[in-house]
Write a protein that binds this ligand. Structure first.
Ligand code: TRP
Length: 450
């Protein structure tokens, strides 16, 4: 039989866990670097608009279905379906979601491993161990493999402790630490020469760039990735929320925290780039474009830190530590998706389920590392640019059309008796039914035409 289900012990615990899932490499690395190369504030505006109008309603769809079903995505989508055909499609969507979540973790663990390696490199620098630092910061199969495995082991360790002792406890510890180190870094970087130029680029919109084709689909992908949507992560976290909670409010808080941290990270990364430029580091390619997104953090920032002497080592340590914990509170939420399904649907105990699934995903990561050029970018594009919005589309259809409106309303009433008079109930049902699916499809169609 399935083991008893976990539940978050408090509203704070849930918000830390869900915001911990949402806030990750996507916010602190992806968002600022995309903003930097796509018109600064203009990208920010498109992103904010999509986050509130599309991602928040889609997040609510997952949270509400999850809490109602008190189950993983596969059985939740089946539960709310009125007939056999819809039940099969729902179950299928859930299964695809958990496969996509596992693939996302397989590349995420590789990137997170790099962060961890750079964090340790600051320590070996401090100890004067140059050769070790070189190994830690140079791109090699051995380095990549070792740190991917260490990071997966950390993720497995936390998830095997369960919802309250693992996810909630670690998210509540790590998230405040993350916020503190981010704020300290922003303050420090803003005092350096050149930072104001970065601020200017970040805050003055370049609308020509923002209307460039392909930008909206990127911003949509970024918003979905950032809120961990489409693969059942938020659905499973929703299923661990107590019935007393007011879902639209907690979902709104999670969205706000996520967006604020992305915006705050922009205040760190863009000024830092221009500080680097100011101290002689190349940040533009020969063609005048910004250095490509994926290498920015591992080339520009370390050079900047190097040029800062001893203080640079400290800043580097804090920065990559911050990236590592942001990644960890996200990776646990990815692993929980296949794990919860296996526990609940196949009656396996948590520890063996976590071990077997964790090892399988590490194996997939190893295959990606062995064929890095061919697979790394491909897996990212297939999972985040295409699968996530399309699966998000399915979740909206299930919340909007398949699920009976009365049961949905009852679910929302649990934590908020007057919800049918609220603005949320006036707007949201129409949103998930029509607006969200339509816009997702439109943006998608446009991206295929390019
Ligand atoms: N949102 C996280 C980030 O911004 C990543 C993440 C966690 C995620 N869980 C997810 C992405 C599930 C997609 C699906 O880095």
């Amino acid at each position: 039989m399935a083991s008893p289900r976990g539940e978050f012990s408090s509203r704070f615990g849930f918000i830390m866990a869900a915001a911990g899932s949402a806030v990750g490499l996507g916010n602190i690395w992806g968002f600022p670097t995309q903003a930097a190369s796509n018109g600064g504030a203009a990208f920010l505006l498109v992103y904010l608009f999509l986050a509130f109008t599309l991602a928040y309603p889609a997040l609510m769809a997952e949270l509400i279905i999850g809490r109602h079903a008190h189950a993983n995505a596969v059985s939740a989508l089946r539960q709310i379906s009125p007939n056999r055909v819809l039940r099969s499609i729902g179950g299928g969507t859930g299964v695809i979601g958990l496969v996509v979540a596992s693939f996302i973790l397989s590349f995420y663990a590789i990137v997170a491993g790099w962060m961890l390696a750079h964090c340790l490199a600051a320590l070996t620098d401090l100890a004067g161990m140059g050769a070790a630092s070189d190994w830690l910061t140079d791109f090699s199969f051995s380095r990549n493999l070792v740190f991917m495995l260490i990071f997966m082991a950390l993720t497995v360790g936390i998830i095997s402790e369960g919802v309250q002792q693992g996810i909630e406890r670690w998210s509540s510890r790590l998230m405040p630490l993350l916020l503190l180190s981010l704020v300290l870094l922003v303050i420090y970087v803003l005092t350096l020469d050149g930072a104001m130029e970065g601020l200017r680029v970040y805050l003055l919109p370049d609308f020509e760039r923002a209307l460039a084709p392909g930008l909206i689909v990127k911003a949509l992908g970024a918003a979905f990735f950032s809120l961990s949507l489409g693969v059942g992560t938020m659905l499973i976290y929703g299923s661990y929320i107590s019935d007393r909670e007011n879902l639209p409010v907690v979902g709104g808080l999670v969205t706000l925290v996520d967006i604020c941290i992305a915006v705050l990270a922009g205040f760190l990364v863009l000024p830092a780039m221009y500080v680097a430029l100011n101290s002689g580091v190349e940040i533009f390619t020969a063609g005048g474009a910004l250095i490509s997104e994926d290498t920015l953090i591992f080339t520009v920032l370390p050079k900047l830190f190097d040029s800062m002497g001893l203080a640079g080592i400290g800043v580097s340590l804090v920065f990559f530590f911050l990236m590592t914990i942001a990644a960890l509170t996200s990776s646990i939420s990815m692993l929980e998706v296949p794990v919860a399904y296996t526990i609940e649907e196949h009656g396996v105990a948590r520890k063996p389920a976590v071990l077997v699934i964790g090892a399988t995903i590490a194996l997939v990561s190893t295959v990606i590392l062995l064929n890095f050029e061919a697979l790394f970018g491909l897996v990212i594009a297939v999972t985040t640019r295409y699968s996530q919005p399309l699966l998000g589309f399915m979740f909206c259809l299930y919340a909007g059309w398949v699920w009976h409106r009365d049961t949905l309303l009852q679910e929302l009433r649990k934590g908020n008796a007057g919800v049918e008079h609220s603005l949320f109930w006036k707007l949201w049902p129409g949103y998930v039914r029509v607006f969200c699916p339509l816009i997702i499809l439109l943006i998608f169609a446009q991206s295929l035409l390019e």
